[in-house]
Design a protein around this ligand. Structure first.
Ligand code: SF4
Length: 359
């Protein structure tokens, strides 16, 4: 869910990450071109005999050729994980991949503070493509404010420093935030964590997202109280800000509908990077302390059909916060994020609206 479609071209130019000491020790990260270079030699050197390969939806049509390439280059047996992969947050579990010695996962950056049970090789899909002068023309043409926070999907992070420089020569002041420990890189947009934008929101008059699709602009609009523009570096199209007020208004209506709920289902996922079971248990306690009944429901990948027929009035999702925001309509009862739930039971005010950042 956190990924945009992979770019058509890739770059081997690594983005400078944060200083090593600033984040917990992280598994290996590769750019796509390094798939055939550094990655294979590392895998060979480690002597893995059984490797699990995980691809995002946009790359499944290449699954056989990628698997074959890794097999030929390393001599290891390659096993494919076939369930949908939404982000770096749901690596194959030991039960899904018995006997595996390493994981190769394409299309995502690592989540530095996520526990990992096997050596995991994250192959990021970067591109440095984008005509920076035309992009700056688009920014000027759309009359964006002079003080801008910049955020990018991992695919387009390489553009940030050079784009900042081009915008500077045109009189813009731009800011790139560090973000918290769930982000691998400064300026990175992750669907459940926009702390790099939040870090610089106060001194910015607006946020500019570099990337494709609406997934991140939507999340950013919930997370920062600033207008969010989206600039596609490949098409050089700029989208106007989403109507945050309307988006938040819809969420407030969903919260209002759930306020009278007596029986709550508190949902928690066992995926390594979506696991907030501790939080889920504390929400159960909070609901009960407020005179409601609450049951903890565990799952890995959530399917609306699994919840049908239960004696419940509303749900809270402590897993990926984008499930209630983007897919809430697929469920048979109102589904809230954790922060929305606290408002629904009177533990925090309804406004200002707060995005359920996954730290
Ligand atoms: S928890 Fe975060 S990384 Fe995982 S699917 Fe949701 S938005 Fe993407």
């Amino acid at each position: 869910m956190s990924s945009d479609s992979p770019p058509t071209t890739e770059s081997s130019v690594p983005v400078e990450g944060p200083p090593a000491a600033a984040r917990p020790s992280a598994p290996q990260a590769f750019t796509y071109r390094e798939l055939g270079e550094r990655l294979y030699s590392d895998l060979r050197e480690a002597g893995y005999r059984r490797i699990v390969l995980q691809l995002p939806a946009g790359l499944t049509r290449n699954f056989a050729s990628v698997g074959e390439e890794i097999r030929e280059a390393t001599g290891a047996k390659v096993v494919h994980v076939t369930r949908a992969c939404f982000g770096a947050c749901d690596p194959p579990s030991p039960m899904e991949a018995p006997g595996a010695e390493a994981i190769v996962t394409l299309g995502h950056a690592r989540i530095p503070n996520m526990p990992i049970h096997l050596p995991t090789y994250f192959v990021e899909m970067r591109t440095s493509e984008g005509d920076l002068e035309r992009m700056a023309d688009a920014v000027q043409g759309a009359n964006l404010p002079r003080k801008l926070g910049l955020v990018a999907s991992v695919q387009h992070l390489d553009l940030l420093p050079r784009f900042q420089e081009v915008l500077r020569t045109r009189g813009y002041e731009t800011f790139v935030g560090e973000g918290d420990r769930r982000l691998a890189y400064p300026g990175q947009a992750l669907g459940c964590n926009y702390t790099s934008a939040e870090d610089v929101a106060e001194k910015s008059e607006g946020v500019l997202f570099l990337g494709t699709g609406l997934f991140h602009p939507l999340g950013l609009a919930f997370a920062v109280e600033r207008p969010v523009w989206a600039l596609d570096p490949l098409q050089v199209g700029i989208s106007p800000p989403l109507d945050r007020e309307k988006m938040v208004g819809r969420r407030l209506m969903t919260i209002a509908k759930a306020m009278d709920a007596r029986r709550w289902g508190i949902l928690a996922s066992s995926f390594a990077g979506q696991d907030r079971r501790g939080m889920a248990s504390s929400l159960v306690e909070k609901a009960r302390a407020r005179g409601r009944s609450a049951e903890l429901l565990l799952f890995d990948r959530l399917d609306p059909r699994d919840l049908v027929g239960r004696d419940l009035d509303a749900y809270v999702c402590t897993a990926c916060p984008r499930i209630p925001l983007d897919d809430g309509g697929s469920y048979d009862r109102p589904m809230l994020t954790a922060t929305e739930f606290l408002s629904a039971i009177g533990e925090r005010p309804l406004t200002p609206y707060r995005f359920d950042t996954f730290h």
